[in-house]
Design a binder for this molecule. Structure first.
Ligand code: OAD
Length: 246
């Protein structure tokens, strides 16, 4: 069966995205993010609670530079195709590992953020949400985090750091959708970071078709697993156009 038919006939489609879906918007993937001024740091030195305790200004500055990069970026054709799909299939669950808001800005109505968001910082001490200026001065290095209005604690990025648990409701809803869906599109993810990487596996084991879209070939181990090699911004709109011709 041609792959577009799997999408066309899906009753419940899960779309699972990783950094590759935002790459064509100019957002550096996590592993590419340490360029320029930040290249001498290891992600493991920046994306942990210990790193934040040790040097809050360094960690906050790095995430602010990423947030500002996202604010300047625009959703690309892959984000827009996913938003359109939500209007074309009976049920769609969008699960992302990305901490940007490009799915929302492309018009996706509901997005499950497994790894949190750059745009929703909270107090490191009391967890109260902390509002940020929509744009702030360019961040090119360490920056002292703003303070919580409640307890004067420091703001921390609203992302999941290494060693932290995923938001409980998000992972539960995501796993439930993976078990229930009949087709899952896994787009632009290296599939190595647990437990998110289990999601396509759970769908496969429940009998759903899984279609990987990636610049690199993805090894397929079952008849219901398929790999499309290429840029998400090109392949996905083409696939959707075949499934739902305008
Ligand atoms: P990765 O940076 O590990 O992988 C990105 C994937 O996208 C790779 O497999 C690329 O081949 C593919 N790719 C790149 N450009 C693409 C394009 N234009 N079209 C299609 N595919 C493309 O990103 P993730 O899998 O999202 O976690 O990484 C998962 C997690 O690892 C992140 O959420 C982050 C990181 O540690 C946390 O921060 C907790």
């Amino acid at each position: 069966m041609p792959l577009f038919e799997l999408i066309r006939d899906a009753k419940h489609l899960v779309v699972f995205t990783g950094a590759g879906v935002s790459a064509e918007s100019g957002i550096a993937t996590f592993r590419d993010a340490l360029t320029g001024l930040w290249e001498r740091y290891d992600p493991a030195q920046l994306a942990t609670a210990e790193a934040f305790r040790r040097d809050p200004a360094l960690v906050w500055g790095w995430y602010e530079s990423r947030r500002l990069q996202v604010l300047k970026a625009q959703p690309n054709p892959a984000h827009r195709a996913i938003a359109a799909l939500a209007r074309q299939v009976p049920e769609l669950t969008l699960i992302t590992q990305n901490v940007d808001d490009l799915h929302e800005r492309a018009g996706s109505p509901e997005v499950i953020h497994l790894h949190g968001s750059l745009h929703h910082p909270r107090c490191f001490a009391c967890n109260r949400p902390i509002a940020l200026e929509p744009t702030s001065v360019a961040v090119n290095g360490p920056q002292e985090p703003p303070r919580c209005q409640g307890c004067n604690g420091r703001a921390r990025p609203g992302v999941v750091w290494f060693g932290e648990a995923l938001p409980e409701r998000a992972i539960r809803t995501a796993m439930d959708a993976a078990k229930r869906c009949d087709c899952l599109l896994s787009i632009g993810t290296s599939g190595v970071v647990m437990p998110a990487a289990l999601i396509p596996q759970v769908a496969l084991e429940a009998g759903a078709n899984v279609i990987h879209i990636n610049m690199q070939p993805v090894e397929c181990r079952a008849d219901n697993e398929h790999s499309l090699i290429g840029a998400a911004g090109k392949l996905l709109p083409a696939l959707c156009q075949q499934a739902f011709p305008a």
